[in-house]
Design a protein around this ligand. Structure first.
Ligand SMILES: Nc1nc2c(c(=O)[nH]1)N[C@H]1C(S)=C(S)[C@@H](COP(=O)(O)OP(=O)(O)OC[C@H]3O[C@@H](n4cnc5c(=O)[nH]c(N)nc54)[C@H](O)[C@@H]3O)O[C@H]1N2
Ligand SMILES: Nc1nc2c(c(=O)[nH]1)N[C@H]1C(S)=C(S)[C@@H](COP(=O)(O)OP(=O)(O)OC[C@H]3O[C@@H](n4cnc5c(=O)[nH]c(N)nc54)[C@H](O)[C@@H]3O)O[C@H]1N2
Ligand code: SF4
Ligand SMILES: [Mo]
Length: 722
């Protein structure tokens, strides 16, 4: 539907909900368009959060990059024409490759990239650069849930059912998601659930806006969700609430998982988590007495050095109670970035090829190599994970990565142990950044390429439901910008690959369809036309043998609901994970007695590179803060608004106090959207989950003190005057 009069139906630039919206011309407004509701799109039915509503501000040439920038002899970034900028990038990457080998050239992508871009970026890295060194920011996002669902179900799709099922189930345990702030239009599904008599249980160390809507709020110590889930499973067994028939027919590994859970007595779990036993019992009762129930996790339990096992423990709870692979029941992960789902399926992850094929699998390599027209042995093997890649940057790292192409991420703000990562980026021989704005990371680049974004181009994204959507171009891009696809095409041509990198997104998608055919994330039956006609298509959607509708065959309907007949494992059974509790990588000590956790606020998005440039959003959330309990505030002598120093083993950050009775007294919370002195990631711990390589963003040990205290510890008098 591309109607000149009423505008263009498209989707939001930000999160994984990918709300439908309509953009209509509106001269005089920022970006020259206004956002109108698109009530016919079923997922958000016209509702948008403030970020979506104000998104046209991102199109304003006053905030976005409109010409390439190159570093001149004096060290300043100065405008250049495209040919010069592209020549410099091609030469910078080629020089390092020649001197230090292909694996000295790295690529870092983003979950905001469309499927077409993620696909082209993976192909570019493996073919043109010949490098194994590619990963992306999605590793920081849902990789633990991905690892756990692959292990348990044989497939990783965020939600195995559409959001529309949520109001019809009986009970949802929402673990570590603040969706009232992170995807507000989704809240209506939970409000309807409760109107229908269903129950909502929220697990979060803070009484968030989301927790305000819950029937029960459990507030565990950060980093103890694994013990919590095991304690619930213990009670399920002790109270005779297991579904033995389901366990026998559809799962494997129960005996081991059961034995592990039985070691987690409710009283022990109360001691570890701080959640009282009666609340544990009430949770089990609500969950098991509902005719159907779900567990949904987000970054709270996942961004831990044991995130994979933690998600595994929550899946165990679903399996033991028969709450998986059945209508209106199951485990799901709420994916985060706009294309967090599709971005991990098509080859920008260190170990993956398109269609969710694994790079280490010979048959997978052969299939994809055939589509790419190269011998399979030319494809490099798996590379380093995101943090390991960032940690290996720099000319002083033996065997490290000395040139980097960074596309759609801002790790100077968003990576763990960010001061170290910033220093690694500065020590590169060559850094090229493709971005829409001059982010903190782009400021460090030798060359910055200004790319088209969102409403300025067309592409597909896969939402948290596994629904493949078409985000349509609605406005002309500024003349000085090129799409990421064009950048990859132009660089490939300079590096000897005239063919294989088309700039037309639909052409790339047609190739992606073939590359994904037969893979786990099979998109071969999906076309741009179908997406437009059907409000999106759920993968897997294979093309029927012998061809689709063009060949006179009925199209595959797509798969809104997974696992109803069998799980995607070789034997069709779900696998229990035999997991036991372990402490966080850093527990409190005398020197660092408080736990820091981090996350988001409503009006800012991620590293803030985009939303800090949108005035109404920036006014609503102008800067960082440290949320702390009144008792902790009293102990350190802090009043509301006082500048607090939060110190971890990695560094020190300073931000004003925000005192709240809604947070645990042993925990402080900082949002991570800002650079500079209030950068939360100066503090965070890059301890990695052994399976997913996810860093422990959600828990580290810190000391909290008044920033302006005089030596000796007493608050300086002037620090209290504001
Ligand atoms: N406004 C806004 N919306 C966004 C984004 C944004 O930056 N801003 N980003 C998008 C992206 S990429 C993502 S990944 C999603 C993230 O969406 P969410 O997962 O909802 O976001 P977070 O705030 O990171 O974490 C959720 C909650 O986890 C809690 N938490 C902290 N530690 C623990 C713990 O140990 N256990 C448990 N159970 N909970 C804990 C925090 O208190 C927080 O309330 O949001 C998406 N939407
Ligand atoms: N402490 C702490 N740190 C965290 C988290 C946390 O909870 N706590 N969460 C983590 C999570 S879940 C995530 S997802 C990461 C996200 O962190 P980042 O990867 O830094 O994410 P963004 O800020 O979205 O950065 C995206 C960049 O890409 C640009 N961009 C947008 N569209 C395009 C495009 O089409 N092409 C190109 N080339 N560029 C584009 C934007 O302008 C922006 O500069 O942060 C992680 N960091
Ligand atoms: S919830 Fe997400 S997709 Fe919807 S308008 Fe807000 S940021 Fe955009
Ligand atoms: Mo994310």
């Amino acid at each position: 539907m591309n109607d000149q009069v009423t505008g263009t139906d498209t989707h939001c630039p930000y999160c994984a909900l990918q709300c439908g919206m309509r953009l209509a011309p509106s001269p005089g407004e920022p970006g020259g368009v206004q956002v109108l509701p698109r009530p016919a799109f079923p997922v958000n039915q016209g509702a948008l959060c403030g970020k979506g509503q104000t998104a046209p501000a991102l199109l304003d040439p006053a905030v976005r990059l409109t010409e390439p920038l190159v570093r001149d002899a004096s060290g300043a970034l100065v405008p250049a024409d495209w040919d010069e900028a592209l020549d410099r990038v091609a030469a910078g990457l080629a020089a390092v490759r020649e001197r230090h080998g292909p694996d000295a050239v790295g690529v870092f992508g983003g979950g905001g990239l469309t499927n077409e871009k993620a696909y082209a970026l993976g192909k570019f890295t493996r073919l043109v650069l010949g490098s194994s060194q590619i990963d992306y920011n999605g590793r920081f996002c849902m990789s633990s849930a991905a690892a756990a669902t692959n292990r348990a179900f044989g497939l990783d799709r965020g939600l195995p059912f559409p959001l529309a099922d949520i109001p019809k189930t009986g009970c949802v345990i929402l673990v570590g998601s603040n969706l009232a702030e992170t995807m507000p239009p989704v809240l209506r599904y939970f409000t309807k659930l409760r109107e229908n008599g269903g129950r909502l249980i929220v697990v979060d160390p803070r009484r968030t806006r989301t927790a305000e809507h819950a029937d029960l709020h459990l507030a565990p110590r950060p980093g103890t969700d694994l013990a919590l889930a095991l304690g619930l499973l213990h009670l399920v067994v002790a109270e005779g609430r297991t579904d033995e028939e389901f366990i026998a027919a559809r799962t494997t590994g129960w005996e081991e998982a059961r034995a592990a859970a039985m070691a987690h007595w409710p009283e022990l779990v109360e001691r570890i988590t701080g959640v009282p036993v009666p609340l544990l019992r009430e949770t089990v009762r609500m969950f098991c007495e509902a005719p159907a129930s779900m567990v949904l996790t987000a970054r709270g339990p996942e961004q831990q050095a044991k995130g994979t096992d933690t998600v595994g423990a929550w899946i165990n709870l679903c399996l033991a109670t028969g709450r998986a692979g059945r209508p209106l029941s199951g485990y799901g992960c709420l994916t985060g970035q706009g294309n967090g789902q599709g971005g991990r399926e098509h080859g920008q992850k260190a170990d993956q090829l398109p269609g969710y094929r694994m790079l280490a699998d010979a048959a997978a390599r052969e299939h994809v190599a055939r589509v790419w027209g190269v011998p399979p042995e030319t494809l490099p093997g798996p590379g380093r994970s995101a943090y390991e890649l960032l940690d290996a940057l720099g000319r002083d790292t033996p065997g490290g990565v000395r040139a980097l192409l960074l596309m759609a991420s801002n790790p100077v703000v968003s990576a763990p142990r960010a001061a170290h990562v910033e220093e690694r980026l500065r020590s590169l021989d060559f850094l090229a950044v493709c971005d829409v704005v001059l982010s903190e990371s782009a400021r460090l680049a030798d060359v910055v390429l200004p790319v088209t974004q969102w409403a300025e181009e067309t592409g597909t994204l896969t939402s948290l439901e596994g629904r493949v959507l078409l985000r349509r171009q609605a406005v002309a891009p500024p003349p000085g910008c090129r799409s990421d696809l064009a950048v990859l095409h132009d660089l490939a041509a300079r590096l000897g690959w005239e063919k294989g990198f088309p700039t037309d997104p639909e052409e790339v998608f047609e190739e992606l369809r073939r590359a994904s055919a037969g893979g786990k994330a099979d998109y071969s039956g999906i076309t741009y036309r179908r997406i437009a006609e059907e409000d999106g298509v759920f993968w897997p959607c294979p093309e029927p043998p012998g061809g689709g509708p063009e060949a006179g065959q009925a199209p595959h309907p797509g798969t809104p609901r997974l696992f109803l007949d069998r799980f995607a494992t070789p034997d069709g059974r779900a696998r229990f994970a035999p997991v036991t509790h372990r402490p966080a990588a850093e527990e409190p000590t005398e020197e660092y007695p408080v736990l820091l956790t981090t996350g988001r606020v409503l009006a800012q998005y991620q590293s803030g590179a985009q939303t800090r440039r949108v005035p109404p959003l920036n006014d609503a959330a102008p800067g960082p803060f440290v949320e702390l309990h009144p008792r902790l505030a009293e102990r350190i002598g802090a009043a509301e608004g006082d500048r607090l120093a939060v110190v971890s083993r990695r560094g020190r950050a300073v931000a004003p106090a925000r005192i709240s009775g809604g947070i645990r007294p042993d925990t402080v919370f900082m949002p991570f959207h800002w650079p500079g002195e209030g950068r939360a990631n100066t503090l965070t711990n890059p301890a990695l989950d052994p399976a997913s390589r996810m860093p422990e963003f959600k828990v580290c040990a810190v000391r909290v003190e008044l920033a302006d205290a005089a030596p000796g510890g007493a608050p300086r008098a002037d620090a209290r005057e504001r």
